[in-house]
Design a protein around this ligand. Structure first.
Ligand code: NDP
Length: 288
């Protein structure tokens, strides 16, 4: 029979996680600080725990998904002893350092610990395209791989519990960069009354075409050889001047694009004008 699972935290994401376990036929115990958020799940067959202690005691596998690590600690801090012999999977978004501290704390309680990053929105959970990143106890991942796969594709990154948070934040930064560029683009054409929906039809194939350059840029980064037959940083520096000036003349803020311009300018000032854009990632490394 299927492993009983506890889900702690029933916000938008935690609710989706609990629903997925329920649908997959797991005996699913739920707990949330505001108890009413469990009502809909209980109507669908979930078991309501009256306290966090009861929630932890109900299952060998405990999934936590709350606002932040402070909230997770507020909930679990006083019930740590009950975690002995169980597996804690923390899907709360946080920093690598917080994940490592949580792993250490869990080990002190005698619990197996996996930290996770959810690369999906709640509506994608248990569907195609949902990816969940895990790091921490290899034994926990092996034992509960089947249960975790209920939520989406599972990828294990290694024993350092901080890795999932590191990858998660890196992927988020790639996403925010793309969104930020999109927002500036919409604002820029919007100064001439172009509607976002109409312009998006041009942005999507453009970004897809540019995405195809990532593997080549990555090769250049890994080899640290940035000679280019695509476009030099110098030519991009000139392009940025036009982009910034045009934005100012059209009356929109340059706050999203100015930081990237600053980095391109620094690259040229440091003598990398003939290199390609792939040079920029390495320039973010702080000298030791
Ligand atoms: P919600 O705001 O919908 O839910 C927040 C949850 O945290 C609620 O269950 C809330 O309880 C609980 N909480 C907050 N503070 C405390 C506290 N001090 N003590 C106890 N419980 C507390 O957020 P989401 O569900 O969207 O996000 C949860 C986690 O999932 C976050 O770390 C988020 O980054 C991550 N995530 C979310 C994604 C998304 O698309 N939504 C995507 C990927 C990751 P209460 O109901 O009582 O307020």
């Amino acid at each position: 029979s299927r492993t009983p699972v506890t889900v702690i935290g029933l916000g938008m994401m935690g609710t989706a996680l609990a629903e997925a376990f329920l649908k997959a036929g797991h005996r699913t115990t739920v707990w949330n600080r505001s108890a009413d958020k469990a009502d809909a799940l209980v109507a669908k067959g979930a078991i309501r725990a009256a306290t966090a202690a009861e929630a932890v005691s109900a299952s060998p596998l405990i999934v936590v998904c709350v606002l932040d690590y402070e909230a997770a600690h507020e909930i679990l801090g006083s019930v740590g002893g009950l975690l002995t012999g169980r597996t804690l999977v923390n899907l709360t978004n946080g920093k690598p350092e917080q994940a490592r501290k949580a792993a250490k704390w869990a080990a002190e309680q005698g619990a197996d610990y996996l930290d996770g990053g959810i690369m999906a929105i709640p509506q994608m959970i248990a569907g195609p395209g949902a990816l969940l990143l895990y790091s921490g106890s290899p034994g926990a991942f092996e034992t509960y791989r089947g249960e975790l796969d209920v939520l989406g594709a599972s990828q294990y990154l290694g024993e350092d519990a901080g890795l999932a948070a590191l990858y998660d934040l890196a992927l988020l930064s790639a996403m925010y960069g793309m969104f930020g560029g999109f927002y500036h683009a919409v604002a820029l054409v919007g100064t001439e009354k172009v509607e976002a929906s109409a312009f998006t039809a041009l942005v999507i194939p453009w970004l897809q075409a540019m995405m195809a350059s990532l593997p080549l840029q990555a090769q250049a980064m890994d080899a640290n050889v940035h000679a280019t037959d695509v476009s030099s940083l110098y030519i991009n520096k000139i392009g940025f001047v036009n982009l910034i000036k045009a934005s100012q003349e059209q009356g929109i803020s340059t706050e999203l694009v100015a930081p990237l311009q600053a980095l391109v300018d620094r690259a040229v000032a440091e003598g990398y004008g003939a290199d390609g854009l792939s040079r920029l990632a390495g320039l973010l490394k702080k000298p030791q």
